[in-house]
Write a protein that binds this ligand. Structure first.
Ligand SMILES: Nc1ncnc2c1ncn2[C@@H]1O[C@H](COP(=O)(O)OP(=O)(O)OP(=O)(O)O)[C@@H](O)[C@H]1O
Length: 230
């Protein structure tokens, strides 16, 4: 379980000081799929970055099974993140001089996980494993990023607008891969998106506004990537 308690986060100094997170508390259960919705600037990415340990809060705390991130040294936090978490962004951040297999292997090596080929297969790219990122479509590149993230065998997968750069058809396809892999492998998944339709595929929906959580809703009618609007 991830326990998030009364987080605050400021950006800037003096008069331009801005409260990006304002007393955010919520508990996330193991294996849950959470979607975080909110207008631009509502603090979604800041929230994701703070709970994943990428950024430090100015107040409050984040604990994974009672291991508090704030009590860890920089070195321990880096190790914790490497061993337990993975990130998928709107941009794919693949290494252009490495082929698909080597990009994914880089993720796998972090966890001494040599079984990386199965992740390439899981995202349907076995026949393209020797191709370079520039030879792939946007959707295929994002699927490589998914395979790379999952090859780390993360306990928690963070996604920030994973389909934001994709057209509808490709976006649905990538979302379908993500949802199916989550169901098969049971990691916890926390996804930030502008697309409120995607919330219909999640277990719970967190809505944010002005750095605060305004609602947390249980989704009792989970849909697939192909059943939602876009
Ligand atoms: N590094 C930073 N320095 C200064 N201000 C920042 C920084 N990062 C975010 N902010 C500000 O904090 C607020 C929340 O930003 P955040 O990126 O978390 O919002 P968001 O809901 O994810 O928005 P979007 O949907 O547009 O990505 C915004 O007003 C933003 O300008």
């Amino acid at each position: 379980m991830i326990e998030i308690n009364d987080l605050t986060k400021y950006y800037g100094k003096g008069e331009s000081r801005f409260k990006a997170l304002d007393g955010v508390s919520v508990r996330i259960n193991d294996g849950e799929f959470i979607v975080i919705l909110g207008a631009s600037g509502s603090g979604k990415s800041t929230f994701l970055n703070v709970i994943s340990g990428l950024e430090t809060p100015d107040g409050g705390c984040v604990a994974y099974d009672s291991q508090e991130l704030g009590n860890m040294s920089e070195k321990d936090l880096t190790k914790f993140r490497r061993e337990n978490t993975a990130y998928i962004f709107q941009q794919y951040y693949l290494l252009p001089h490495l082929n698909v297999e080597k990009n994914v292997r880089m993720g796998a090596d972090l966890d001494n996980n040599k079984d990386y080929l199965k992740y390439i297969e899981a995202v349907g790219l076995s026949d393209k494993r020797r191709k370079f990122p520039s030879e792939l479509s946007g959707g295929e590149q994002q699927r490589v990023a998914i395979a790379r993230a999952l090859a780390k065998n993360p306990k928690v997968l963070f996604l920030d607008e994973p389909t934001g750069a994709l057209d509808e058809e490709t976006g649905r396809q990538v979302l379908d891969y993500i949802i199916r892999l989550h169901e098969e492998q049971g990691f916890t998944m926390i996804m930030v998106t502008h697309n409120s339709n995607i919330a219909e595929t999640a277990d719970r929906i967190i809505k944010m506004n002005s750095g605060k959580i305004v609602s947390v809703t249980e989704n009792t009618d989970k849909k697939t990537a192909y059943e939602i609007g876009w």
